[in-house]
Design a protein around this ligand. Structure first.
Ligand SMILES: [Mg+2]
Length: 163
């Protein structure tokens, strides 16, 4: 009943995704959420773990873009040091940001994965765009009532999901 929200794959962290995963799924392009996927909201730049993941993508020949719902200042600051394509204020699950990033990459949907931590923005957007979707556990749970409610809803819609 909630299959449109089911990610194709689920990992604890981006660090658990290896080169082999991309090869096996014939993936050449990756659209990456930033907040709580690569680093927590409060971390302005990539830490060692995020850098390690992005280096792995480089080594695997995967081209990537950052597609974030966060604002320009945050996204630009994060993306700059990698010289990567980025879209801020992407308004996922709307598709315009995803399409813009894919155009800039020259990506086809059958070779593209979307990686994010949220069901209703990242996973849903990726599925609507016809991409492979990967969900990771959020790096840091935010202690706001809205965040908690959203997480509970996510748990509910994914309760039959077997990963
Ligand atoms: Mg996120």
């Amino acid at each position: 009943m909630f299959k449109r929200f089911y990610p194709d794959y689920k990992f604890n962290s981006v660090r658990d995704i290896d080169e082999d995963f991309f090869r096996k799924n014939n993936i050449k392009f990756a659209l990456l959420d930033i907040d709580n996927t690569l680093v927590s909201y409060t971390v302005p730049k990539a830490d060692e773990a995020a850098k390690g993941f992005l280096e792995m993508l480089d080594n695997a020949g995967i081209e990537y873009a950052f597609v974030s719902n966060n604002h320009k200042e945050r996204v630009e600051r994060f993306a700059k040091e990698f010289g990567a394509i980025y879209v801020h204020d992407a308004a996922k699950p709307l598709l315009f940001g995803i399409k813009r990033a894919m155009r800039a990459l020259g990506a086809k949907r059958e070779n593209t994965v979307l990686i994010g931590d949220q069901v209703f923005t990242d996973v849903y957007a990726g599925k609507r765009a016809g991409l492979l979707t990967v969900m990771v556990d959020p790096i840091e749970a935010k202690e706001t009532p809205f965040f908690e409610i959203k997480r509970k809803l996510e748990k509910f819609v994914l309760k039959d999901y077997k990963g």
